[in-house]
Design a protein around this ligand. Structure first.
Ligand SMILES: *Cc1c(COP(=O)(O)O)cnc(C)c1O
Ligand SMILES: [Zn+2]
Length: 404
């Protein structure tokens, strides 16, 4: 571990790790449920410390904000970066890679954040970790808590996909479905930890969720031979994966391991588009009815909207919105042409790339592009099932086999 401080992303005041837990005490006090978080803290490592990293054999624990001795036993991350050259060719970017984070233990990138938060809980001696989630953060927390022997308490909106609910219940979490939206569950979980204790894992509310998610960028750079790609496409709900991806590349740049930041592209569903509109207009407003087939990115009020916008502007990236039909098409194309089966929210990133490449500012053929497949396809089969035709059975004789 490298020495670090927490710095407020609004007022830039700095705090030692044990002086604060969640938001900046000043800017966070202005936060009202139902608006994006204010006073989100950023981990700022000592730059000389990061520069100790050995290019030939990088020790990523130097980039961790929790000491490895507190890490849970479950192995998280180290997911493959899959070359998708043929698929990329069809979009004019043959140097296309899919980072398949569906191969995490609970099947989504959320394992990375849960891993670091449970490590932090062990450092603090907290016996319980609490979160609100549309599903994946909760099933990730449940799995990591199970491996560490820590209790997970989870508030989910009642409409979460069944596979995710099964995962969290089987992992032994206390699951509390809430009548209402994700935003309602978020508020309730904050109230719980404020009044009854435990460590709150809510996305961006706890700064180490961003640090956990950044490990995906460390891996991408390492898998490309310690280089930054030209562009990364990320689906965005709360904008915390996007912030994590950004933070990872910022740390790599400060450590001298890469020489530029990739352009970051945030892809949102058409009706869950608060970050998109915020970037376009500079003015924030909620997405009033964020319904989309991609449940993991259905968010009315993105908790990390401010950092997400900054990440896009700073890296000269962009935002793209996609329809449910485009998302389901992308899911099928990705599965059929790269072998990666990702849930609708994961496929949204690829749908965004396809849309971007059809537009006026398409990336050139030389561009090295990474698409994040954030969750496993088996997380939610109800959505694609509507468009899949399972062939009827035949008699067990060659005569009935429909191919010669
Ligand atoms: C959570 C999640 C996202 C979106 O991440 P945010 O940090 O909310 O923007 C995308 N895809 C999957 C599969 C997720 O679980
Ligand atoms: Zn502040």
């Amino acid at each position: 571990m490298t020495a670090f401080v927490y710095r407020c992303t609004d007022c830039r005041k700095e705090f030692t790790r044990d002086a604060v837990r969640y938001l900046c005490p000043d800017c966070g006090a202005r936060y009202r449920p139902g608006t994006p978080l204010t006073g989100v803290l950023e981990v700022v490592f000592d730059e000389d410390g990061l520069r100790r990293v050995d290019r030939a054999r990088p020790d990523w624990s130097l980039f961790s904000a929790v000491e490895p001795r507190f890490f849970p036993p479950l192995v998280v991350g180290r997911t493959p970066l899959v070359p998708a050259t043929r698929l990329g060719q069809s979009l004019g970017v043959p140097k296309l890679f899919v980072k398949n984070d569906g191969q995490n233990p609970s099947g989504s990138l959320k394992d990375r954040a849960s891993f670091l938060i449970v490590a932090e809980a062990q450092r603090l001696g907290e016996q319980r970790v609490v979160c609100a989630s549309t599903g994946n953060a909760a099933s990730a927390l449940a799995a990591v808590c199970a491996s560490a022997g820590v209790q997970a308490l989870i508030f989910v909106p009642e409409k979460a996909p069944r596979a995710k609910l099964v995962q969290m219940v089987l992992s032994g979490a206390r699951v509390v479905p809430v009548k209402g939206t994700y935003d309602d569950a978020f508020k309730l979980s904050l109230e719980f930890t404020a009044k009854r204790g435990g460590l709150n894992r809510n996305t961006a509310y706890h700064p180490l969720t961003i640090e956990g998610k950044k490990t995906v960028s460390l891996e991408i750079a390492e898998q490309l031979g310690l280089r930054a790609p030209d562009a990364v496409f990320v689906s965005a709900g709360d904008g915390v994966i996007l912030a994590g991806v950004h933070k990872g590349f910022v740390d790599l740049l400060r450590a001298g391991l890469i020489d530029h930041l990739p352009r970051l592209f945030a892809v949102q569903a058409e009706k869950s588009d608060a970050i998109h509109r915020y970037v376009q207009t500079g003015v924030y407003s909620d997405a009033p009815d964020p319904a989309t087939v991609a449940d993991s990115i259905s968010v009315s009020c993105p908790s990390n909207a401010h950092w997400a916008r900054r990440a896009i502007v700073e890296t000269k990236g962009a935002t793209v919105t996609v329809s449910d039909a485009e998302i389901l098409d992308a899911q099928a194309t990705l599965a059929a042409r790269s072998g990666v089966f990702t849930e609708p929210a994961g496929a949204a990133a690829f749908a965004g790339l396809a849309k971007w490449q059809a537009g006026a500012n398409a990336l050139p053929a030389s561009a090295e592009v990474v698409v994040l497949a954030t969750g496993h396809g088996l997380k939610d089969i109800d959505a694609p099932l509507k468009r899949v035709t399972i062939p009827p059975p035949i008699e067990p004789s060659l005569d009935g086999v429909p191919v010669s």
